[in-house]
Design a protein around this ligand. Structure first.
Ligand code: GPP
Ligand code: MG
Length: 280
């Protein structure tokens, strides 16, 4: 009998280049912030910063940036409402695991994180063991476009700044299969503004920096509707993320991408958007 064909996780040159970037990534802007309390994030921050930190030195600035990044993940998780006891969530593009650990701590649910970076998966599974939650929070070297998880396995899925790496129709086709009817999808993303006409220079600079492909706002709603998702909340988080970028620009861990973000947000060519949508 022929053995079943095992599909590789990385299927395209593009996916291999993205995996390579994240396998090598050890930027202080992420590592130093993670070391504050052991929650390692790969997303930006929300809310006002305390201006006193500017007088207190670098360590205080880094701790404040980390606080804003953790606040961002809390806002994302707020949009799930209640997750039933024994529920199961998936983190699409789970990075070093920060949001997954927060979800497990908040809901007491199981979490499966998927990433195409083997380094990130190994790092996050190590964190899960250190935190004593490896029986509930697991990270997998899987492609979120085709995870191989069973149909209807999840009560909800989120993507925290990862959708700019994938085709949205493929992504939401897979998520529609994975989320049980009545389950919820929550997304925080950066998207470009259809009204300002194509990618601005600043948006193109962000794409180039991260090797990603930022989608227009309209594409999210079309792809969600095409795949059986009905939005319940749409929140423009742009005004709440600008202070994070202003603080980051003043910090020792600035990476050079701060100006394009601030330009894109302030000129209106780019939005930091949250979408919560139910699977019908
Ligand atoms: C941040 O991760 C997110 C991305 C790389 C995706 C791009 C996001 C957009 C909203 C366009 P990170 O925390 O690893 O980035 P950085 O190293 O810059 O902090
Ligand atoms: Mg970061």
């Amino acid at each position: 009998m022929a053995s079943p064909t095992v599909k590789p996780v990385l299927r395209t040159d593009y996916q291999r280049s993205v995996a390579d970037y994240w396998n090598r990534e050890k930027d202080p802007v992420n590592i130093k912030l993670g070391e504050v309390d052991g929650l390692y994030h790969h997303h930006y921050g929300l809310g006002a910063y305390d201006p006193a930190v500017l007088e207190m030195g670098d360590e205080a600035i880094i701790a404040e940036m980390h606080r804003l990044e953790t606040a961002q993940a809390e806002v994302l998780l707020d949009h799930f409402g209640d997750i039933p006891l024994g529920g199961r969530l998936m983190d699409g593009g789970s990075g070093r695991g920060g949001t997954s650990f927060m979800a497990n701590a908040r809901f007491g649910c199981e979490v499966d994180g998927v990433s195409i970076s083997e380094q990130q998966v190994a790092f996050a599974n190590h964190q899960a063991r250190e935190r004593g939650v490896a029986d509930q929070v697991r990270f997998h070297f899987k492609n979120m476009l085709d995870t191989g998880f069973e149909t209807g396995a999840f009560d909800g899925i989120w993507t925290n700044e990862t959708t700019m790496y994938v085709d949205l129709q493929q992504l939401y086709g897979e998520f529609a299969r994975l989320i049980a009817p009545g389950g919820r999808y929550v997304c925080i993303t950066g998207c470009y503004n259809d009204l300002t006409g194509g990618r601005s220079r600043a948006v193109s600079q962000i794409d180039q920096h991260y090797i990603c492909n930022i989608h227009p706002r309209s594409e999210y709603f079309k792809a969600l509707a095409d795949n059986g998702f009905v939005p319940i909340s749409v929140v423009d988080l742009t005004p709440e993320t600008i202070p994070y970028w202003e603080l980051r620009a003043k910090s020792s861990v600035a990476t050079g991408i701060e100006d394009p973000f601030l330009t894109a947000y302030k000129e209106g060519s780019f939005h930091y958007l949250l979408i919560a949508a139910d699977r019908i």
